[in-house]
Design a protein around this ligand. Sequence first.
Ligand code: PLP
Length: 424
Amino acid sequence: MYRDYSAAQLEELKKELTAQYESYKARNLKLDMSRGKPAPDQLNLSIEMLTHCLDGDYSSENGIDCRNYGVLDGIPEAKALMRPLLGVADDEIIVGGNSSLQLMYDTIARAMLLGVLGGDKPWCKNDKVKFLCPAPGYDRHFAICESIGIEMITVPYLEDGPDMDMVENLVSEDEEIKGIWCVPMYSNPTGISYSDEVVRRFANLKPKAKDFRIFWDNAYCVHHLTDTPDKILNILEECKKAGNPDMVLMFTSTSKISFPGGGLACIGASSANIKFIDSQMTYQTIGYDKLNQLRHAKFFKNFDGITAHMEKHKAIIAPKFKIVLDMLNKEIAPCGIAKWHNPNGGYFVSFTGMDGTAKRIVNLCKEAGVVLTGAGATYPYGKDPHDSNIRIAPTFPTCDELQTAMEIFCISAKLASVEILLAK
Ligand SMILES: Cc1ncc(COP(=O)(O)O)c(C=O)c1O
């Protein structure tokens, strides 16, 4: 444990680590672990969707010519394909375009400009609009709020989801709080899934703002890494039971199932919410890309098809997560300088080091040729109050690259920790 070392021992260790670090630096490496992107061999798994799927037949099962305009909420077979991902009925889904993030952005933009179902005015007519942001979280959720001028309130994560005492207190007292970001399964970046109790407490919230919405971004709902996947409760069902059917808006996409940027995204919500969103969305587009919807439906066929496909992803990426976790267990655990979660799915390992070390670790890695997600990115306004969290994204590099990148990461983490301990 580094904490038990004397100053002289720490100085000695610093010398050793610096020498190791310099030898990696001399190799002029260029390794990118900055974003959670699928690797090329994962993208190849879906390539037949582009080459063979349509085969000259462009009609949906109910005879719609998918090459032409129309059908705002998605063709029937695309809805049938996506429904089980969110656990919703046919009138509780809109299959949109290629990006769930865009659907979320558009949903917030419409809420700001026009309001949501049951609201008496657009959100922007309030003096302030605030969102609760469980953190560490997804940087792009926070970036949406920041770009639109929505004030963000950080809520810490506990073992099984956001701190619900804090969420309940804040939403019941402050009418300016209009939403909360949630990544309920294999959360980005913590990797945890919300417990049944957390989901039920969400469904039973009593917000002061009657136009409050839970943004339930289930981006990693089928992205398992083990044979004993996490399971979460269906939030829409729980909201219905609690008499709050319209409080939740759910999102997901096939970005990390088929192609990021070329997948299918959808919104799931109560039928009343969906009707209302449809009525606003009709001015935004005449219809999303139905050819892509058809391709996806023909390629995957059904939920079992998606499940089988995700097994192939798992075979590619689970060994990469193992490399990261083995390295952390071997190199970092004995030093007592950090914590991390062993995720059952998703795309990230969330590393929490000693206070005041995250920026330094990311910089050391960068100087040695390993690009990581910027320190702080996982917090609202890019400000990690402890400067301790780093998101590790293992999927894109090859296993060899990842091994080297993790060697550099571990040396950098040790060096930054020794420096902080010496400065104390
Ligand atoms: C939690 C979460 N939501 C949404 C997205 C982006 O989804 P899409 O590609 O469908 O816009 C990501 C991508 O990293 C993500 O981690």
